[in-house]
Design a protein around this ligand. Structure first.
Ligand code: NDP
Length: 313
């Protein structure tokens, strides 16, 4: 026998919990499936200084814990399971976790996106301790310092330009000579005196030291893939900008996705092509990717779901 909830939220980042807060405050029986990484991408960051309302900043895990408690306080139920399969072809919608079958009258998808990583052995060691995947989030911590950005797409170029306004120097590391980024972005970084290019280069190893018992990044050994030369680069911050992967594998063929796999939503709403299924946060936003914009769209999704349920129950 399947367990029924009026609203099922799939994913537990800022979008998912905000949807949970709004849906449960609207008196809808709501369950938030926390998934593989409860709390989402913010669980692997340290300080969050740009989430409004926290004058002194807050750590990512603390912020997520607070959002979860706020959602739970109004009755949203946290379920520590991962939705692995869905059937949206009829209502109520059917969803399966690794343990059970569930049904819902409305579904809010907030499964997020994952930053692609280099998967070099030293990357995990310095993650959140010098290495980040978001310059807008973490660039401020490296004011006046030397940093590097890895990647050759629009994100890498945009992050390099952004960081050049804050940092002493930015080394842009890209694995070939040609850029995937648009020409205007490439022209801009080439004209920027604070940005140095390390082309035909890959990170061989991140290096660092111990500070107060914690690893702290000091730079990287780059390998020139043409000459095999190893080059030492000093950097207290390294921003990996080699793309993101939206977490939409289980929705392939079920929900309309764009060619990169992000969920397509209608206009400014959170409606997907399936009536009663809504999407919010990074799983449908490849432009802003901020905790606050994700939370904002989570609010929109819950309001869209509530109004849709009123008309369709
Ligand atoms: P992209 O997929 O466009 O670029 C990823 C970059 O990372 C490529 O240069 C790629 O190299 C490199 N890369 C991938 N894997 C590795 C690896 N393992 N090691 C080293 N380098 C690697 O991702 P973006 O995030 O830059 O952009 C995503 C989309 O968002 C694009 O469509 C982009 O145009 C858009 N965007 C638009 C912006 C704007 O208009 N203002 C701003 C930011 C993004 P290679 O080229 O060799 O494959």
């Amino acid at each position: 026998m399947a367990t029924h909830h009026k609203v099922i939220v799939i994913g537990s980042g800022p979008a998912g919990f905000t949807a949970g807060i709004y849906a449960s405050r609207a008196n809808l029986d709501t369950a938030v499936f926390e998934g593989m990484q409860p709390g989402g991408q913010l669980m692997i960051t340290t300080e969050v200084e740009n989430y409004p309302g926290f004058e002194e900043g807050i750590t990512g895990p603390q912020l997520m814990d607070t959002l979860r408690k706020q959602a739970n306080r109004f009755g949203a139920k946290s379920i520590y399971e991962t939705i692995q399969k869905v059937d949206f072809s009829q209502r109520p919608f059917k969803l399966w976790s690794e343990k059970e079958e569930y049904t819902a009258d409305a579904v809010i998808i907030s499964t997020g996106a994952s930053a692609r990583l280099l998967n070099t052995p030293s990357e995990q060691k310095y993650w959140g301790r010098g290495i980040s995947a978001c310059a807008t989030c973490d660039g401020f911590f490296y004011r006046g310092k030397d940093v590097m950005v890895i990647g050759g797409g629009d994100t890498a170029c945009e992050e390099a330009n952004y960081l050049s306004n804050l940092c002493n120097s930015v080394t842009l590391v890209h694995r070939r000579q040609g850029f995937r980024a648009s020409q205007i972005m490439v022209d801009r970084i080439k004209a920027n005196p604070k940005i140095k290019l390390a082309l035909d280069c890959v990170v061989d190893e991140f290096v660092g030291e111990e500070v107060n018992g914690f690893p702290s990044l000091t730079g990287a050994k780059l390998k020139n893939v043409v000459t095999n030369e190893i080059i030492d680069v000093k950097a207290e911050g390294a921003f990996i900008a080699i793309g993101h992967k939206p977490n939409t594998d289980i929705f392939q063929g079920i929900i309309n996705l764009n060619e990169e796999g992000y969920i397509l939503t209608e206009g400014k709403s959170t409606y997907t092509n399936v009536p009663g299924v809504f999407a919010c946060g990074d799983v449908q936003d490849f432009t802003y990717r901020q905790a606050i914009s994700a939370a904002g769209s989570g609010c929109q999704a819950a309001i869209d779901a509530e109004r849709w349920l009123l008309m369709n129950s």
